[in-house]
Write a protein that binds this ligand. Sequence first.
Ligand code: AHR
Length: 682
Amino acid sequence: MNTVRSPHHRSFFSPGACRRAVAALALSLAPGTGAATPATVIAIDLNQPGKAISADLFGIFFEDINYAADGGLYAELIQNRSFEYQATEQSTWNSLTMWELVTRGDGKGAFIAEAADPVHPDNPHYAVLHVSQPGAGVGLMNAGFDGIAIKAGERYDVSLFAKQLYVGARWGAVPATPEIKPGALLVRLESQTGENLGEALVNWPATDWTRLTATITANRTDEAARFVVLSTIKGGLALDVISLFPQKTFRGRGNGLRADLAQVLADMKPRFIRFPGGCVAHGNGLGNMYRWKDTIGPIEQRKEQANLWHHHQTVGLGYFEYFQFCEDIGAKPLPVVPAGVCCQNSGQTNGAGQRGLPLEQMPDYIQEVLDLIEYANGPATSTWGAKRAAAGHTEPFHLEYLGVGNEDHITPVFQKRFQMIHDAVKAKHPEITVIGTVGPSPAGPDFEAGWKIADEQNVAMVDEHYYEKPEWFLNNLHRYDGYDRAKSKIYLGEYAAHDDGRKMTLRSALAEAAYMTHLERNGDLVRLASYAPLLARIGHTQWNPDLVYFTNTEIFPTINYQVQRLFGVNSGDTWLTAMVSDPAQAADFAVSSVRDSRTGDLILKLVNAGAAAKPLHIEIDGARELPAHAVTTVLAGDDPMAVNDFANPQTVLPQTASIAVGPSFDYEAPAHSLTVIRIQHR
Ligand code: AHR
């Protein structure tokens, strides 16, 4: 295990810069006060070699928690489209949950769930609609996730699988005749009072499962519409995978992502995306582990399953879509596969606690992990690369990182399976960085045992997790300074400052910002870091705080999101020593200076978590040429307990301004603030 052995290391301090800083300290006063409050001096010598840090440092953690996938990032508008909801997910759920019978005019009918002869064996349930009297139509209605938000003039793609069971009376029925085929099914968007918001006709299906499609153009904007499929034929009909997508998905992808939410994530400029969890990755019992092969291919063939956060995974957002999203936003994929064990918090219904796959199943499981690498990186002629190509992506996805395990309890059962997977991946794919796991806390038995394995097996990188109070983060701004650089690299895979009441306060965001300056300083060791969790649907949230809250029509990025975004947008690849004169090295003040080699820009991040404004005097030595002005972005508020909540989503927002800069300039960091100063220097 690593221990923190030394304070903030200063190996790049140059004596010249030190002397200048002290001299400047003597001369500097708080700007505008004329009083004897000395300014803190920050001195940066651009002649220093700097320290190479990870260019992938800041990324995002995506887990399907809080309806982050279905009902969230995944743009599907129908809830329980495949009739696979189960009581094990929520006690009131069954296959027909979220669907209602609708009868129009003097129509009469009923619907039930069936499982014989399904669309695909991995998608076992479907609905059967019996229409005994068509009237003006009999069918099914779905209100999506808290209603279906549609926009006037936009187009929505409907697809569904249907099968004619009988035509006419239920008993002694006859097959459909060709003349009743066209337009026998109507798909429609309706308001809550039944007004027609757009509709299309769909042909009557064959006696085998048939995929039917249509496009509806919304004639009005409605935040909470409903979707209806109506039959006007007396008879029986099987229906499954009833899907409705906006055509305007992120980058216009089929089976795509909600454009506005995906854009909010893209705006963070994440260097990587971790998926699919979190606890979802290792699952609630062995049967609930996230198995990547179940999540690719046509959506009707994917194996849906319960989500241990008590909702449902259609896995419509599956491995292909995750890889594609990464590529679309320039982030590296970081999948996490189970280490052959399920979550130690698995419930009684699934067998309590952590359990391991039987050892005789491990060879197949290991092959499954190796196949994932082939799916991502193999040529289109390889078995799994061909499946990627069949999904429309001939080129590889350039997988570099692979997490094995998620904060597992470090037991002999875990260790055995982890070692088998780790060794197999390392042997066959030395180019892949395998990321091990060291438990759910920043210290303790799992942390120590996980590190012991990492040391013994020479694991390339380990995944640390911690959710702590803001004070913890401010008191641990030197955690990684003393880590042994010869050991495993660090992926800080889950972290968040949890303030009182688990609120997303300015105070918590600034504690994270201060901590992120320390991650940058240690970016030679800490290669990756991601806040967790990411998304939360309002009204369906199992975990607080999260980075971004949303409804069907609105998105509420927290102050913590703004911090993550500012670090993502302003990341660098060389860390430069910034000498800070403040001898107290106050825990509520943190500085980081990095250079971005793509632009040459010098980026200064200043976190003042204190209650008083902080006068600063900044000295930049060794610049070839400095511009007269630089852009500052400031995230600040008077009240450290401020939150960007749903009533006041814009309490604390970044403000940009231009300030005069040069080899020597003053700046006052406001109370409770993060400031980013970006100075062009080519
Ligand atoms: O981020 C939420 C949860 O916290 C993750 O699923 C789990 O890994 C951790 O305990």
